[in-house]
Design a protein around this ligand. Structure first.
Ligand code: PMP
Length: 307
């Protein structure tokens, strides 16, 4: 089966889906994107991803390429046409095609691309035994809360991590604090036993997974503190973790080659991780069940019954 992608109003065979050479995404990285996870054929956290897309577009004064209702239909259609059960959907919106000039063009319409492909969940070894991260200076711009397609510093950081045999690069700001990973949010369990992740702001992307874990922890009465933490504190932490759409939540067992944790858990997944991973999995399972009941007419039956 050949892959099908959506590009500017058409579903096209993936190899034929192309954009114009003067697309501002290509020339200026003048655009934004989202990556969503697909499980059992359903898109996880579609609405929070679409909310974040709206925020990113608004921050850059790019118009929405279509209504949210239409976008939902296109995204689901792309997943469906590619028969993706476990994988991702990628969506990118740019300011559109115009003669190259830095200032915004007057007459360009936003360009949109949606692709989807199968991708395995994180390996059992990553989930159970954890992953390693290395650190490097955060050399990105001052609006990392916008999910911009301008990802060169992230690309360079992840390449350095990959070359070093690490899963992720944690980025360190000029004060010595951890901002986030090249494509994930960073967490620790501090000396008091609190689960800590950096507070939202322009220094990091507000991850949809980060928000889901904060919510799940609140519901399960697991304390989460949103504050800055330094690399020094991370190296001395009881536990460390990363979260993202593609990783969900994974334990970090070494930072810059130093094993994280204490006692028997040193260099291993810790108890807080083992508590919150099932909370996140339960949330995904509940979302799939809810979507399945709508898909199988549950919502229609409820509506018919006046519920
Ligand atoms: N930070 C950065 C820089 C990212 O690229 C990502 C992945 N999109 C995240 C954090 C995690 O965000 P999410 O949980 O929405 O995937």
């Amino acid at each position: 089966m050949s892959r099908i992608s959506y590009v500017n109003g058409e579903y096209a065979p993936h190899q034929d889906a192309v954009v114009h050479i003067e697309d501002r995404g290509y020339q200026f990285a003048d655009g934004v994107y989202e990556v969503m996870a697909v499980r059992d054929g359903f898109i996880i956290d579609l609405e929070p991803h679409l909310d974040r897309l709206d925020r990113s577009l608004a921050a850059l004064s790019i118009a929405a390429p279509m209504s949210r209702g239409a976008l939902r239909i296109v995204i689901r259609e792309v997943v469906h046409r590619n028969l993706v059960r476990t994988g991702i959907v990628y969506m990118q919106v740019t300011r559109g095609v115009a003669k190259r000039a830095h200032a915004f063009p007057k007459d360009a319409s936003p360009a949109i691309v949606v692709t989807s492909r199968s991708m395995a969940s994180p390996s059992a070894s990553a989930v159970n035994d954890g992953v390693k991260v290395i650190t490097m200076p955060d050399i990105r711009w001052g609006r990392c809360d916008i999910k911009s397609i301008s990802l060169l510093p992230n690309v360079l950081a992840r390449q350095q991590a990959t070359a070093a045999g690490a899963y992720e690069a944690w980025l360190i700001d000029s004060a010595g604090d951890v901002t986030e990973g090249s494509a994930s949010n960073a967490w620790i369990v501090d000396a008091k036993g609190d689960l800590v992740t950096r507070h939202l702001g322009p220094a990091l992307l507000g991850g949809v997974t980060r928000a889901a874990i904060v919510d799940a922890c609140k519901a399960a009465k697991v304390k989460v503190v949103e504050r800055t933490f330094s690399l020094k504190e991370a190296l001395a932490a009881r536990e460390a973790m990363v979260t993202s759409t593609t990783s969900f939540v994974l334990p970090v067992v070494a930072i810059d080659g130093k094993a994280i944790g204490r006692g028997a858990d040193k260099g291993k997944a810790g108890p807080v991780y083992r508590q919150i991973r099932p909370l996140y999995e339960a949330r995904v399972a509940a979302a799939i069940r809810a979507a399945t009941s709508v898909a199988s007419g549950g919502a229609l039956q409820k509506a018919a019954a006046g519920a």
